[in-house]
Design a protein around this ligand. Structure first.
Ligand code: SAH
Length: 351
């Protein structure tokens, strides 16, 4: 263990801050030293969460999208995507199955699909909360107005995931068409927080043109926002997107960043994402061992999950919800953790 690396890790842990120099140092000198960082991250997660992992049932309810993000497989211009949307009954039955399997959170994620108007979403949220009052509902349906978010909140939605993707506006423009802006996305996050949602931001690691400076700016933005959740995963190219020939993000860098985020945000809910599990067969386990404390197994009908392809090679597209659930529980236990049965709210959230 190198002295300088240890000093930096100890310093981040104590101060809950990181300089750009130290971030660069970690990325460049991790080899042979990273275990110290991962152990510090695990210990930090244990302070608030013990060895408990929270599971969220992910329901990918539509792959229609009006946006055209260059990295995403379900972007509007991808004519090869076979589009689908689940009916209200389909979605409610996913929740029922999830509830039976022990899930206490349902995450409704989709493209920005105009069919799902605010009223339809609010209605859906209301119905889920009526059937499963002990469960939390998380939405992940993109950029909406303050009023729309307020409607979802009033209908009973508890949390909202909206990765900011990159805090740097120039970099944002390299990942999205000019109709979209990083400023608007950040503003959405501020609105969500003001309304009272538990809010999740996040980035992909290793997107085209990303630099350490950008990641540093992401951290600064997160420190301003103080999100309850932070989702990060490696960028993985999708064959029918403009980024089809770009290299995928590094698993190691994702794990390092995950551990750093754990030290900076001890109470945050940090998922070991499906993208991490796709880039590395043991990615989710490695994520937990680097400080993550959330897993988001898929509750979507098998048919839907095969069509909700944000990137190539997505895992678990052939399994039923019950199989995925068992498999994940086993994976968690194998590394000495257990699946929590509480809702898994952020410790500071007002419920
Ligand atoms: N429409 C919603 C949900 C987007 S999908 C929204 O706008 O928030 C959820 C996340 O998947 C995205 O925020 C993005 O960070 C990630 N993602 C999309 N394409 C990806 C890719 N090719 N590789 C890895 N992650 C990807």
């Amino acid at each position: 263990m190198e002295k300088e690396f240890k000093r930096i890790v100890d310093d981040i842990r104590r101060s809950k801050r990181i300089t750009k120099t130290d971030l660069t140092y970690i990325f460049e000198n991790a080899e042979g030293n990273e275990d110290y960082l991962f152990e510090a991250a695990r210990n930090t997660a244990e302070i608030f969460y013990g060895k408990q992992i929270y599971i969220r049932g992910l329901i990918e309810f539509t792959n229609y999208c009006k946006n055209d993000c260059y990295y995403c497989g379900i972007r509007r211009s991808n004519a090869k995507t076979e589009r689908y949307r689940l009916t209200e009954d389909d979605i409610l039955s996913c929740c029922d199955i999830g509830k039976e399997l022990g899930f206490k959170t349902f995450v409704l994620q989709g493209g920005e699909d105009p069919y799902f108007t605010d009223d339809r979403i609010a209605d859906l949220v209301r119905k889920i909360k009526e059937r499963h009052p002990s469960c939390a509902v998380t939405l992940s349906i993109g950029e909406k107005s303050y009023e729309s978010y307020q409607k979802f909140y009033n209908a009973g939605a508890d949390r909202y995931l909206l990765r900011h993707e990159t805090a740097n506006e120039d970099h944002y423009k390299k990942l999205h068409p000019s109709a979209m802006s990083g400023k608007n996305r950040k503003n959405c996050l501020l609105n969500l927080k003001e309304i009272g949602f538990q809010v999740g931001c996040g980035i992909m690691v290793g997107t085209p043109h990303q630099t350490t400076q950008h990641i540093y700016e992401d951290i600064v933005f997160m420190q301003e926002l103080q999100p309850h959740m932070i989702g990060i995963g490696p960028f993985i190219p999708h064959k029918d997107t403009p980024f089809c020939n770009e290299p995928r993000g590094s698993v190691r860098q994702t794990l390092l960043l995950l551990a750093i985020l754990r030290l900076l945000f001890p109470k945050a809910l940090l998922p070991a994402t499906t993208a991490l599990g796709t880039a590395d067969a043991l990615g989710r386990e490695k994520g937990i061992l680097a400080g993550a404390n959330v897993l988001m197994p898929n509750l979507s009908p098998v048919d839907a999950r095969k069509k909700y392809l944000l990137y190539d090679g997505k895992i678990c597209t052939g399994e039923e919800a019950a199989e995925c659930n068992m498999c994940l529980r086993r994976r968690v236990e194998r590394i000495g953790y257990s699946v929590a049965d509480s809702r898994g709210d952020h410790p500071d959230a007002v419920i």
